[in-house]
Design a protein around this ligand. Sequence first.
Ligand SMILES: *Cc1c(COP(=O)(O)O)cnc(C)c1O
Length: 327
Amino acid sequence: MNAQTGPSLPTYADVEAAAERLKGIAHHTPAMSSATANRRTNASLVFKPENLQRMGAFKFRGGYNAIASLSPAQKKAGVVTFSSGNHAQAIAYAGQLLGVPTTIIMPNDAPAAKVAATEGYGGQVVRYDRYTQDRLAIGDRLASERGLTIIPPYDHPHVIAGQGTATKELIEDAGPFDILIVPLGGGGLLAGAALAAKALNPGCRIFGVEPEAGNDGQQSLRKGEIVKIGVPKTIADGAQTAFLGDLTFPIIQRDVEDIVTVSDAALIDAMRFFAERMKLVVEPTGCLAAAAAFTGAVPVEGRRVGVILSGGNVDLASFARFIAPSV
Ligand SMILES: *Cc1c(COP(=O)(O)O)cnc(C)c1O
C-alpha cells in the first residue's frame, strides 16, 4: 500500500479472470422475474437468486476465487479466516473442493448449526471467547505459526472480483439495466458488482442497501471517509459489519450512486413475498436490495432494475418465525 495513491484496486479484468476460474464450478444462477413484483413496483425487476448458489450464498464465488488464486505453496499450507457466517462456509467448502486445508476462527457462542455446517464442509473450527480474546490477533498468530494465508470476508481483491461475477452473469443474461440494487455489508459484493456493471452497462446507476440499524456505509459515503459504528442490531446478520474496507470503499465511492437503508420489517415483508410468490427461501440479508425496491427507498418506477438476492442461509425455525402471518 502507498500512502499517496492508496492500495491498488481490483478491476473488471479481475472479474473476468474470476469468471474463468469459477466456470463449471460455481452455479450460473438464473435471472428471474415476477409479474406480481413488477405490478407492485411499476417497474421491471430482474432478480439474481444467489440463495441458489453453492452453499447458499454468493460468498462461494469470492471464497473459491481467492483460494484458487493462491500459489501451490500457499495452497499446501492452507488458509485461515474469521467469520461465523456465510464467508466461513464458503472458505471451508472452496477449500474442500480445491484440497486446501481451512481454519475458521469462530466465537464460542456461534450458533451450533453454523459450526456444524462449517465442519461439515471440512473446515477446522478454532473457538475463541469474543469478550476476552481478539480474533484478529488469533488469526495473525495462526497465520505466522502455521504459514496460513488469511482470507478476509470482503476487503480482498480476489474476493471482490469473485463476487463481481454474479453481476456479470446477471447483466449478460438479462441486461442492460437502468438501475442495479445490491445488499451491502462490508462491500465486497457491491464493489464487485460495480466493477462488472461499469464495464458492461456503463449507464446503469448502482445502489447499495444496508439495514436501517447499521448505516455505516451510507455515513461513509456522505462523509467521504470510512465511518466505523458498533455492531448493529438487526435480523440482517450478513450485514452486521461495522465498517467498509480499504479496497471496497474507494470503489464504492467512485462507482456507486447512493446507499439507502431499509427496516427489519421491510426485510420480513420481502422474505414472505419470495416464499409465497417465487417459492424462494431468501435470508434476511439477502432481501436488502429487494426491500429497497419494494419500499421505494430506491425509486424504481418505470425502470429496468437488476436486484441481487444475496443468500438463503437461514435456519428453518427462524424462517418459520419470520414468515408466520402476524395476527
Ligand atoms: C456477506 C453477505 C452480504 C454482504 O456482503 P459484503 O460483501 O460484506 O458487502 C450480503 N448478503 C449475504 C447473504 C451475505 O452473506
